[in-house]
Design a protein around this ligand. Structure first.
Ligand code: NAD
Length: 262
C-alpha cells in the first residue's frame, strides 16, 4: 500500500524538504499540500509540475490524506490537530513554540487520534536526550547544566523546542517533572544552584546546533549535536508518518518510533 501523505505549509523550509523526502521513497506519495498564502505557490515552482494543486483549505488537505505532516506555526498546528481529531486522521507535528494552553489542546487531540510529536526528528538528537538524562542522573548538582543552541536568522521561537526538550531530559535525570528550574530569560545575577540555563544564538543559515554542558569544579562534560541538513528532520518525519498508520489514538514520539522507550 502506498501511504498518502499531506503536507501543511508546504512552501516553508521544512515543507519543501518534506516533499523531497517523500519523493525519495516508493512506499508513500504526496497526496495533498496546503499553502498559507497564495504567493507561496511561487516558492514551489522549482519543484516541478507533478505537485498536487494546493488544497483549498485544511479540511480538503486532511480529506485527501492518510496522514498529515505539520511544520508550520503554533496557531496553524492547533487548527490542524483539531481537524485531525475530528476526522480521526493521524497527524505528525514538527512545529515548535506552543504555549502551555496550546500544548493542552494537542494533548486533548491525542486522545482522539494518533498524534506524533517531536521537537526534533533526528536520530542523533533522540539519542542525545537519553545521554543527557543519564549524565544528569549520574552527576550531582555540583555540575551546573547549561544548554546552548544556535539556529538560522529566521527562526521564530527561542530557546528552540529541541533545547527545551533537552532541558526536560536533564530535569528528568535529576528527578524533576516540570520546568520550574529552567533559567531562560534574564540571566543577570548569580547562577542559582540546580538551575538549568539556556543561551540562544541566531544567525546565518545554521540548521541547528545544540550543546548540553555539565560544568563542574575543574572539569566540563559537553554533549552536543550538529544538524547540517534539514533533510534529516524531513526523513524522520516521513518515517514517523509511515509508522503511525493504524496506531491507536495517543501521543507518540521518537522514543516510540526508535524503540528507545525506557
Ligand atoms: P518556515 O517559516 O520556513 O515555514 C513555515 C510555513 O508554514 C510557511 O510556509 C508558512 O507560510 C506556513 N504557514 C503558516 N501558517 C500557516 C497556516 N495557517 N496554514 C498553512 N501553512 C501555514 O519555517 P520552517 O523552518 O519550515 O519551520 C516550521 C516549524 O517547524 C517551526 O516551528 C520550526 O521550529 C519547526 N521545525 C521543527 C523541526 C523538527 O525536527 N521538529 C525541524 C525544523 C523546524
Amino acid at each position: 500500500m502506498t501511504v498518502r501523505i499531506g503536507i501543511a505549509g508546504a512552501a516553508g523550509r521544512m515543507g519543501r524538504a518534506l516533499i523531497a523526502a517523500i519523493r525519495e521513497r516508493e512506499d508513500c506519495s504526496l497526496s495533498a499540500l496546503s499553502l498559507h498564502r497564495q504567493e507561496d505557490a511561487a516558492r514551489l515552482a522549482d519543484l516541478g509540475a507533478s505537485l498536487p494543486a494546493p488544497a483549498p483549505d485544511a479540511h480538503a488537505l486532511f480529506a485527501a490524506s492518510d496522514v498529515v505532516i505539520d511544520f508550520t506555526r503554533p496557531d496553524a498546528g492547533i487548527d490542524h490537530a483539531a481537524i485531525a481529531a475530528d476526522t480521526n486522521t493521524p497527524l505528525i507535528v514538527g512545529t515548535t513554540g506552543f504555549t502551555e494552553s496550546e500544548e493542552h489542546v494537542l494533548a486533548v487531540a491525542g486522545k482522539r487520534t494518533a498524534l506524533f510529536r517531536a521537537a526534533n526528528f533526528s536520530l542523533g538528537i533522540a539519542l542525545l536526550g537519553h545521554l543527557v538524562r543519564r549524565a544528569a542522573h549520574v552527576l550531582d548538582e555540583d555540575f551546573d547544566i547549561e544548554i546552548h543552541e544556535m539556529h538560522h536568522r529566521r527562526k521564530v521561537d527561542a530557546p528552540s523546542g529541541t533545547a527545551l526538550a533537552l532541558g526536560d531530559a536533564a530535569a528528568r535525570g535529576r528527578g524533576q517533572t516540570d520546568r520550574s528550574r529552567f533559567a531562560a530569560g534574564d540571566r543577570s545575577g548569580q547562577r542559582l544552584p540546580g538551575d538549568i540555563g539556556f543561551s540562544v544564538l541566531r544567525g546565518g543559515d545554521v540548521v541547528g546546533e545544540h550543546e548540553v554542558v555539565f560544568a563542574g569544579a575543574g572539569e566540563r562534560l559537553i554533549l552536543g549535536h550538529r544538524a547540517d541538513d534539514r533533510m534529516i528532520f524531513a526523513r524522520g518525519a516521513v518515517r514517523a508518518a509511515l509508522w503511525i498508520i493504524g496506531r491507536e489514538p495517543g501521543l507518540y514520539g521518537m522514543d516510540d518510533l526508535l524503540g528507545l522507550k525506557e
